[in-house]
Design a protein around this ligand. Structure first.
Ligand code: G2I
Length: 471
């Protein structure tokens, strides 16, 4: 008997050996990094997924909060700061400050950002609530264009339109001032977003769309199918996934995610929280993670807050950390499930490094930097996807050392979007990560230790350069 995780690891190693004879030694050294991830982001990254959280700007000066957020998550959503009322409080006057705080914190810590949300019937600024007709349509499109343009290049995916369908059995659009501007308001918003930031994935995001049998799920599915058929630029569907005893995780969740993915869009779990406690809550979390991991185009999971006390429904204790920042049973079940591995996120694009400039090759020279003479850092390739690749750095102590640090420099427009097995810090450019050991860095002469990371390459497959210094 082999577990899916073992099968996945074997396939991954076989692929690595097949394509990389010259790097055989390095690949061998990379094996320890394939060990179980010890954080949510590390465990998710091994199958090519992200693990994210919603962040509130007002909590960024809370050290417990930022320590957990930084350690566990590599995709950040602003819980409220990028909504229409926050971004454009007065017509034509944009307030970027709170949104920027979150985006800057994420980028400085090597994380990606999901933008939330460009157009929504709720959280509209007062001036917009009073508008209708073509005046409102113009104002909405202008908002989408301005906000998506301002953050162009910094957003992994935008929730372009949020919660546009009615609850219940009608399968109809939700009545709202935006809907009353005409049924095509959603596709108009997507087209404006694409024009403003062609590099961001564009998502439709909603709740109560988890159960495949529900009319609302079917209605959203039919809209996405129609958009794909008519070339409306949609790339992904977000499932908010706010669950409780009255709205439990449906047994057909996997079917829902797979059916949407089969339309040719990514699916993402965007605002996960599950009210409850103990093993019952843990089991439901595990089921959600398992459903995502079994769908190749389910690219990541975001929980809607860090600790229970940070939640919009704190009394339901719906998150993975308690109010003191302790890991709950739900955390452990999510981590364990992520470490079971899953269907790797597919790699439809270029699986091998290609020269990024005529006449240059992507420097497959293992970078060796003797630093203080005490250690050497060696790069080895990990899994590759069309938009990112994993790498491992192996630190070798040349003599007995009591500590080490290693810099990893990537080239623009590359960005490191996930790390594991170490404590990273970043320079202001975001291109240079300095990795230090999470615990003691003491190594005996000849001993090795490895850390890993994911590089979003943006078309540049060049290997990072390394240094190592020992103390
Ligand atoms: O309602 C849960 C989520 C459903 N999907 C869309 C999400 O955007 C939504 O998030 C929640 C936030 O978690 C709450 O924090 O959206 C609420 C409404 O926008 C947020 O609540 C608002 C309160 O209504 C405001 O009174 C408060 O000033 O949070 C604000 C900031 O704390």
């Amino acid at each position: 008997m082999t577990t899916p995780r073992q099968r996945y690891r074997r396939g991954r190693l076989a692929a690595a050996f097949g394509g990389l004879a010259a790097a055989t030694l390095a690949v061998t050294l990379a094996v320890p990094a394939a060990a179980a991830g010890s954080t949510l982001q590390a465990a998710a990254a091994e199958s090519g997924r992200y693990f994210g959280t919603a962040i509130a700007a007002s909590r960024l000066n809370d050290g417990t909060y930022t320590t957990i957020a930084n350690r566990e998550f590599n995709m950040i959503t602003a819980e409220n700061e990028m909504k229409m009322d926050a971004m454009q409080p007065s017509r034509g006057q944009f307030n970027w400050s709170s949104g920027d705080r979150i985006v800057n914190w994420a980028r400085q810590n090597g994380k990606q950002v999901r933008g939330h949300a460009l157009a929504w019937h709720s959280q509209q600024p007062g001036w917009m609530q009073n508008m209708s007709g073509s005046q409102l349509r113009t104002a909405m499109l202008d908002h989408v264009t301005q906000v998506a343009s301002y953050y162009r290049g910094k957003i992994y995916a935008w929730d372009v339109v949020n919660e546009a369908f009615a609850d219940g059995s009608s399968g109809a659009r939700r009545d709202s001032n935006l809907q009353r501007t005409g049924n095509d308001w959603i596709e108009a918003a997507f087209r404006a977003a694409r024009a403003a930031d062609p590099g961001a994935k564009l998502c439709y995001n909603d709740y109560n769309t988890d159960n495949w049998q529900h009319a609302k799920t079917q209605a959203v599915y039919n809209m996405v199918k129609d958009f794909k058929a008519r070339g409306v630029p949609i790339d992904c569907v977000g499932f908010q996934a706010h669950f409780n005893s009255g709205n439990p995780v449906p047994s057909n969740y996997h079917t829902t995610l797979q059916n949407f993915a089969d339309l040719g869009v990514d699916v993402q779990i965007t605002e996960l929280d599950i009210e409850g406690s103990g093993s019952s809550q843990a089991q439901q979390y595990q089921g959600v993670v398992q459903a995502c991991l079994s769908v190749a185009r389910c690219t990541g999971i975001t929980v809607w807050g860090v600790r229970d006390t940070d939640s919009w429904r704190a009394s339901g204790t719906p998150l993975l950390f308690d109010g003191s920042g302790n890991k709950k049973a739900a955390y452990t079940s999510v981590l364990n499930q992520l470490n079971q591995g899953g269907t790797p996120v597919p790699n439809p694009g270029n699986p091998t490094p290609t020269p990024t400039q005529p006449g240059t090759t992507p420097t497959p020279t293992p970078t060796q930097n003797p630093g203080t003479g005490g250690c050497t850092a060696t790069y080895s390739e990990g899994q590759k996807w069309n938009d990112r690749f994993n790498g491992t750095v192996t630190i070798r102590a040349n003599t007995a050392i009591s500590g080490w640090s290693s810099t990893v420099t990537v080239r623009q427009p590359q960005r490191i979007i996930a790390t594991w097995n170490g404590s990273p810090t970043w320079d202001s450019s975001g291109n240079v990560m300095t990795m230090r050991p999470s615990g003691s860095g003491a190594l005996a002469a000849g001993q090795t230790v490895s850390f890993g990371f994911t590089v979003q390459h943006n078309g540049n497959w060049t290997w990072p350069t390394l240094t190592c210094s020992a103390s």
